[in-house]
Design a protein around this ligand. Structure first.
Ligand code: DC
Length: 228
């Protein structure tokens, strides 16, 4: 199987890029943030304090996650219910960042992610894909952009969803969350040593896509000539 890992901080445009690459190559796009966010949603809906590690861990046996793909679009079901856009709020992002630092949560999601990559050609995005989940991925890209750029994109995304929030709040949340993700003990959000960095601060969507495809073509041609 071909595995393409895309890691990077919040708002770097990982999901947009990963989706587009998966579409072009006919691979499955796996949004691992949605899995963590679905656990965050369960924790919120069951009024569990995300900072109470033991309570969060105790909830795990009650959480059954399922991933489905329809026309390339990933849908996550928690105990049979589609999480939809409920996982996309700033509150869920904050809860998720807290629970994602718990090692038991990360190992709970490990086999689901590894299993997808073992059975399908995938483009998987997240924070620890190149380092922990798919250390042997044929292509690893670390996508980043300046904090200003990332905050502006996230702000527009949230406003488009009708969420009332200011630019300043978005930027402050993003910096706080990235710091927590990058400094946690288990699977911190850092670039794998063999990841190719791609900074898209000065690139539009099309240019980012072309730059990423160039990296992918080059890498895959080295190992599998004429594959793409
Ligand atoms: O990519 P995102 O914004 O949907 O991620 C939501 C949160 O989940 C973020 O705080 C980082 C965490 N996360 C993680 O720890 N590991 C992943 N592979 C994906 C997301």
């Amino acid at each position: 199987m071909i595995n393409i890992a895309i890691d990077g901080p919040s708002g770097s445009g990982k999901s947009t890029l990963a989706k587009e690459i998966a579409k072009r190559l006919g691979y499955i796009y796996v949004d691992t943030g949605a899995l963590y966010r679905s656990i965050g949603l369960y924790i919120k809906e069951h009024q569990i304090d995300p900072k109470q590690k033991e309570a969060v861990i105790a909830a795990l046996p009650n959480i059954h996650l399922e991933l489905t793909y329809e026309e390339g679009k990933q849908t996550v079901y928690v105990n049979g219910v589609n999480v939809g856009d409920r996982i996309r709020t700033p509150e869920i992002a904050e809860i998720t960042s807290t629970v994602a630092s718990i090692p038991e949560i990360r190992s709970f999601l490990l086999s689901l992610q590894k299993d997808m990559a073992a059975r399908h050609d995938v483009v998987m995005d997240g924070r620890d894909i190149g380092t922990v989940i798919l250390p042997d991925a044929q292509v690893k890209i670390y996508l980043s952009a300046s904090a200003e750029n990332r905050a502006e994109r996230r702000y527009k995304e949230l406003r488009a969803k009708g969420i009332e929030i200011t630019r300043e709040e978005v930027k402050a949340d993003l910096i706080k969350r990235d710091h927590a993700d990058e400094t946690r003990e288990t699977a911190p959000a850092v670039a794998a040593k063999d990841a190719i960095p791609l900074d898209n601060s000065a690139l539009n969507l099309e240019q980012t896509f072309e730059a990423a495809m160039e990296i992918i073509r080059k890498k895959l041609n080295e190992i599998l000539p004429n594959r793409i």
